[in-house]
Design a protein around this ligand. Sequence first.
Ligand code: HEM
Length: 407
Amino acid sequence: MSIEPQGANVFPEALSTREAWLEPFDWYREMRENAPVHYDPERNAWDVFRYADVKRILGDDATFSVDPENAPDFVSPKMDGQEMAISSMVSEDPPRHDELRDVVDDSFRPQAIRELKPRIRDLTGELLDNALDREGEIDLVEEFAYPLPVMVIAELLGVPVEERDQFKEWSDALIAAPSDPESGEAFAERQIELFQEMSGYFMQLIKERRQDPREDLISTIANAEIDGEPLPPENMVGLCILLLVAGNITTTNLIANAMRCFGENDLFETYTEAGVVPTPTIEEVLRYRSPVQAMSRFTTEDVTIGDESIEAGEVVVAWMGSANRDNRQFPEGDSFVPDRSPNQHIGFGYGAHYCLGAPLARLEADVALSELFGRLADVEIPDTTLQPTRSSFIYGVDSLPIRYATV
Ligand code: HEM
């Protein structure tokens, strides 16, 4: 995901209402059938909706670059004429991408992540002990699904847990979209200020860890070398911010979206009785209500997708949320099938930028949902007006009340 401020609003008009962004799937279906590769003059962008095309885009980083420099008309935010001086693997193409990813790759391998399970279970337990101290109703997002990933990544990075309210504020602000077109400039300025605040914060921690390394990710980043040289400061800070932001709201929404899927499909009783949610079901949530719905790329050369010719230097939006519902790949793609197999969803992306945190996100969702269902009975989601996460690419809800009894 781009953690750089989104200068251009990448959100299509068709999804601009609350209802449409909560359930964009009818629009996706229509576009897959009638306009699978579609140019939107309002946003000066190409939208792509079918599985095979989306996968091709994400898998071909030579033609579909993540670097906005390839798209001369793309408005990237500037302050006093200066480009933002932060960069991380999400906005770099190979080979630089691979060098930056290598710095933290080992820490996110499945084997390393498995070792975190007891600690994640403890953190989950602590949160649930506090949140469920009374029977009745809680906001699952605010009291559980939001704080958990922030606590986990704060520990991995090695930042003090007490500062997680500050992180929540930062992550919220960074994935937000401007509320209306007029406020775009003020929004971009605020985003830049935020980056400056976060940069200052992480630079300080990086300095401390260079002097006094510990067993944490900030120390790994602070002391990493590429070709015998330390990372440039903009890459060190970029990596810290990316790790902080990329895994928070996405994992929150995986947990919340899972609860929505289970409610809609009458599965609460099954899981409270079993005290566990099967792994294929979490994969199906990633497919059916993908926490990341879209990713942008920039064409480096003229290219044909489907029946459309796209010139070099254009913005292409790959709609993974639509690809994941495509009947060409998934039989009955618009149905939630808890034990779906095979399930080659692209909820974590595909290709060089495939989600680094996928093993961690899967583990967190597994532990969070199993611990939750282990403690609850009679779960239901009361009638309520859901608000979608205010972001142009992250998909979920701001809050999700649940009613329950404890066991
Ligand atoms: C359910 C939770 C998550 C979802 C749905 C998700 C989704 C994604 C997607 C779709 C991408 C590809 C972006 C692109 O192609 O431009 C991505 C990249 C990335 N994700 Fe995740 N993510 C999740 C959790 C996490 C976690 C927990 C972390 C780490 C703490 C993380 C770290 C990253 C990083 C560093 C990248 C960039 C990888 C690269 O550019 O090589 N993500 N994620």
